[in-house]
Design a protein around this ligand. Structure first.
Ligand SMILES: O=C(CO)COP(=O)(O)O
Length: 123
């Protein structure tokens, strides 16, 4: 399974906690991340990640291109609903291409837990 993991700054602690909670299942996946999210995950969980650019510098678009290519099976994108982002068009493009390609997308921890349970058949 190829899983994309992305979190805005206010949600990065939650992302690290989420990955830690599912480390066994996610450890068996290919993980693709945006830049800063991936650094936090790698440093704090020890899992290997394929880091793209930081979101504001095009990382969302790079992951969106992978989704368009059929190279991603699921996306966890912990979005900050309370803070405006300068790269909002890139975020919208990433969310849109998930719908175009019918790729499972979780934008909060509750749905991310369901996504991992559904995709990775965690015991
Ligand atoms: O901005 C982001 C997603 O839109 C995330 O990017 P970083 O992981 O580099 O902070």
């Amino acid at each position: 399974m190829r899983i994309a993991l992305i979190a805005h700054d206010e949600l990065k602690d939650e992302m690290v906690d989420f990955v830690t909670a599912h480390a066994d299942a996610l450890g068996g996946c290919q993980l693709v991340t945006t830049g800063t999210t991936g650094k936090r995950i790698a440093d704090e969980t020890g899992l290997a990640v394929n880091r793209q650019a930081s979101g504001p510098l095009g990382g969302d678009l790079q992951i969106g291109a992978m989704i368009a290519d059929g190279a991603i099976d699921g996306v966890v994108f912990l979005r900050d609903p309370l803070t405006a982002q300068a790269h909002e068009p890139d975020i919208s493009a990433l969310l849109r291409v998930c719908d175009v390609k019918d790729v499972p997308l979780a934008t909060n921890v509750a749905s991310a837990n369901l996504l991992v349970d559904g995709l990775l058949d965690e015991e």
